[in-house]
Design a protein around this ligand. Structure first.
Ligand SMILES: [Zn+2]
Length: 68
């Protein structure tokens, strides 16, 4: 099932996920709703994130491993 971005009362359907792009929801400067990150995916869990947004998962993975 696709993710939906930018849903609000004026656009209740929002924008469907582009499956070639990072799944992170980001807020552009001139908008006040969230849009899908416009960078290509390929990093992070299941390769769903761009390199920039995957960074936080790399840190989290290291912590998880040390706790196990
Ligand atoms: Zn991203």
């Amino acid at each position: 099932m696709k993710r939906v971005y930018g849903q609000w009362s004026g656009n209740p359907r929002g924008y469907l996920e582009d499956e070639t792009l990072c799944v992170e929801a980001v807020r552009r400067e001139r908008d006040w709703w969230n849009s899908q990150c416009s960078r290509k995916r390929g990093y992070g869990p299941d390769g769903l994130y761009c390199k920039q947004h995957a960074k936080r998962f790399e840190v989290k993975d290291e912590q998880d491993q040390s706790q196990r």
